[in-house]
Design a protein around this ligand. Structure first.
Ligand SMILES: [Zn+2]
Ligand SMILES: [Zn+2]
Length: 347
């Protein structure tokens, strides 16, 4: 089969790989659509986040590894001891390895597992014609949710988990910093959760135009002072979601929230930022963060099926697996007009 395999920084090769068999407790999936994520870009451009050196304790694998953790497809083979799933089922994969035994897993917080890992970063992923995953990762897709939408369930889960984890109540005002895929999906999730006004802050007009289409009020922080603009228009924000992760956006997020408000960090921020704790203290405000998601894929799928989350709107391009490097991993770095690029794998 064809697969996009990570060998090293700036070295992803589309090559022939053996199709593995599904072992006990595993499911083989024929992948239909897969989405390219920011963490795929980090792995390709910076060589970070991928399982190098020792094998991952749960996947038993290390690089070279097939990338891809946002994907949907059709079940093609079952290993022994798999129940509740059958060959031919349309499915989406929740790509988190977890041990099921550590303190955090036992408490149901499997996204905080001590051996946490991602399919497509710590084990072979979905940028391939077939992928083998653990059966606990597999969720059904109803017939009225397309495979394209299925490939968007994972990033939407990140956004919806952040919104559900936050203090947001129906009718409150929100600011979302960063209008990349996660920011855009956070706008959709906040809208679905009943936010009355949503401000989107970014420096690229193309992304802000997309945010405006989703119902947000665009604020270009390269052209105006985002904090002043949002405060003037809104009178203060209840919850700010930080999906950009740079010093100016963090500063602004803390400044726009009302007393008793909240800043939720969704972005994986690689370098330490300064936080004005005096401003937080005076406001008795919360600063919190969320990691991936847990127990939320079925809800995301239902919200998409019911039309409450129109996730298709964030797709800006569809490409073939052969062209993943030029038209995906390279293009997403050079052309910020793109949000989510999907790879069409098996038609
Ligand atoms: Zn992702
Ligand atoms: Zn665990």
């Amino acid at each position: 089969m064809k697969a996009a395999v990570w060998y090293g920084k700036k070295d992803v090769r589309v090559e022939e790989r053996e199709v593995k068999a599904a072992q006990a407790g595993q499911v083989k999936i024929k992948v239909q659509y897969a989405g390219i994520c920011g963490s795929d870009l980090h792995a390709y451009h910076h060589g970070v986040g991928i399982q190098e050196g020792d094998k991952h304790p749960l996947s038993g694998q290390n690089a070279p590894l097939t990338l891809g953790h946002e994907f949907a497809g059709v079940v093609s083979e079952l290993g022994d001891h798999v129940s509740g799933i059958k060959v031919g089922d349309r499915v989406v994969v929740e790509p988190l390895y977890h041990c099921g035994k550590c303190e955090y897993c036992i408490q149901g917080r499997y996204n905080q597992c001590t051996q946490f890992g991602f399919v497509g970063l710590n084990g072979d992923g979905g940028f391939a014609e077939y992928v083998v995953v653990e059966s606990y990762m597999v969720h059904a897709l109803p017939d009225n949710v397309s495979f394209e939408e299925g490939a968007l369930v994972e990033p939407t889960a990140v956004a919806l988990h952040a919104v559900r984890h936050s203090k947001l109540k129906v009718g409150q005002k929100v600011a979302v910093y960063g209008a990349g895929p996660i920011g855009l999906l956070t706008i959709l999730s906040a809208k679905a959760a009943g936010a009355s006004e949503i401000y989107a802050v970014d420096v690229f007009d193309e992304r802000l135009n997309l945010a405006a289409k989703l119902g947000a009020i665009p604020v270009n922080s390269a052209q105006v002072n985002a904090t002043d603009t949002i405060l003037q228009k809104s009178g203060g924000i209840d919850v700010a979601y930080e999906a950009a992760g740079v010093q100016p956006t963090m500063d602004s997020a803390i400044s726009v929230i009302k007393k008793g408000g909240e800043v939720v960090v969704i972005a994986a921020i690689p370098t330490p930022l300064q936080v004005n704790f005096f401003e937080l203290l005076v406001k008795e405000a919360n600063l919190t963060s969320t990691l991936a998601y847990r127990h939320i894929f079925p809800e995301v799928v239902s919200l998409i099926a019911e039309g409450a989350l129109d996730v298709k709107q964030v797709i800006t391009k569809k490409i073939k697996l052969d062209n993943i490097v030029e038209e995906g991993l390279e293009l997403l770095m050079s052309d910020k007009s793109h949000a989510k690029i999907l790879i069409e794998i098996n038609e």
